[in-house]
Design a protein around this ligand. Sequence first.
Ligand SMILES: *[C@@H]1O[C@H](CO)[C@@H](O)[C@H](O)[C@H]1NC(C)=O
Ligand SMILES: *[C@@H]1O[C@H](CO)[C@@H](O)[C@H](O)[C@H]1NC(C)=O
Ligand SMILES: *[C@@H]1O[C@H](CO)[C@@H](O)[C@H](O)[C@H]1NC(C)=O
Ligand SMILES: *[C@@H]1O[C@H](CO)[C@@H](O)[C@H](O)[C@H]1NC(C)=O
Length: 360
Amino acid sequence: MIPLLLAALLCVPARALTCHGDSGQPVDWFVVYKLPALRGSGEAAQRGLQYKYLDESSGGWQDGRGLIDSPEGAVGRSLQPLYRSNTSQLAFLLYNDQRPQASKAQDSSKRGHTKGVLLLDRDGGFWLVHSVPDFPPLASSAAYSWPHSACTYGQTLLCVSFPFAQFAKIGKQLTYTYPQVYDYHLKGIFAQEFPDLENVIKGHHVSQEPWNSSVTLTSQAGAVFQSFAKFSKFGDDLYSGWLAAALGTNLQVQFWHKTVGVLPSNCSDTWQVLNVNQIAFPGPGGPSFNSTEDHSKWCVSPKGPWTCVGDMNRNQGEEQRGGGTLCAQLPALWKAFQPLVKNYQPCNGMARKPSRDYKI
Ligand SMILES: *[C@@H]1O[C@H](CO)[C@@H](O)[C@H](O)[C@H]1NC(C)=O
Ligand SMILES: *[C@@H]1O[C@H](CO)[C@@H](O)[C@H](O)[C@H]1NC(C)=O
Ligand SMILES: *[C@@H]1O[C@H](CO)[C@@H](O)[C@H](O)[C@H]1NC(C)=O
Ligand SMILES: *[C@@H]1O[C@H](CO)[C@@H](O)[C@H](O)[C@H]1NC(C)=O
């Protein structure tokens, strides 16, 4: 009986690690939009712990199941393997230009302006791209939590499940974004298979032109994503200096406006890059807020089909920093994000070349 049971257990095909949705189910991808602390009713709203949830089959934005600091929600549940007692069979990298207090990483001003998590087993795992400062907690802290510093403002998190082999390409992208890695585990087969991730952990970065790199990544369920990554020497704005032309579309860009040297909307090239300044979720009572309350970083093409979620703002300083964004042409993603743009800064009185696409 016991040997049989054991045999049965051993025969279960290995299941790759994945993102988990808000109901605890494995999902190919999800987006969590943490809402700013709103003046609306309810203690959770005031503390800034509420969020909206989106995946392929959620039928648009849904209210988060609980609060963002719950280990049962999509973000907490997905990161759970990190906080188990034994992570020896996993590989992970936690990187953030604003690292949690407990970690002992170096000064990050030369590193990329980039935040994320790679977490995988031998069959695959996920890449979580996000805007959250001081997050996530170190694996040694043994529990998921949400930092106080990330409660007041809006934040975005995009989680995508990828097969094992895709992490080589993700590793390449990280040699461009030059992240500050503040916690990691990369041993044995993981170190062998992903030399670029080892290089990134050691603080190495791309050392010759080109200073930007774009790769196609295919998720576990076959969804196609396009990753854009730039190194500091790229020396230009991600959106107006590359992304709009690369995607061949105008862009409406949501980013954090409370920084110095914010770049204005830019219509001087073929494609317009427009700064979003107000966001509104659909429906009566759907929360609405200003970009000054929203630390999240995403963009959409006004007429589709592109949506990107990443970690770069539009300001002069970040022209000289690494960072990037993860884009896709998924209808479920675009249909959810495009209507969020309530207002944007037009290019008043700026000269612009004839454009193929004026009407937005
Ligand atoms: C973790 O698991 C591995 C393999 O299952 C085992 O060899 C190792 O001793 C475990 N480590 C701890 C600290 O329990
Ligand atoms: C528009 O963007 C391009 C590329 O980033 C930049 O070279 C140009 O100076 C910008 N124009 C304005 C008016 O900001
Ligand atoms: C880098 O960005 C430039 C635009 O600034 C673009 O023309 C070029 O194709 C990009 N290079 C790569 C390798 O994607
Ligand atoms: C958002 O910004 C607009 C224009 O700058 C301002 O009139 C409005 O009061 C702001 N709303 C909030 C909720 O801060």
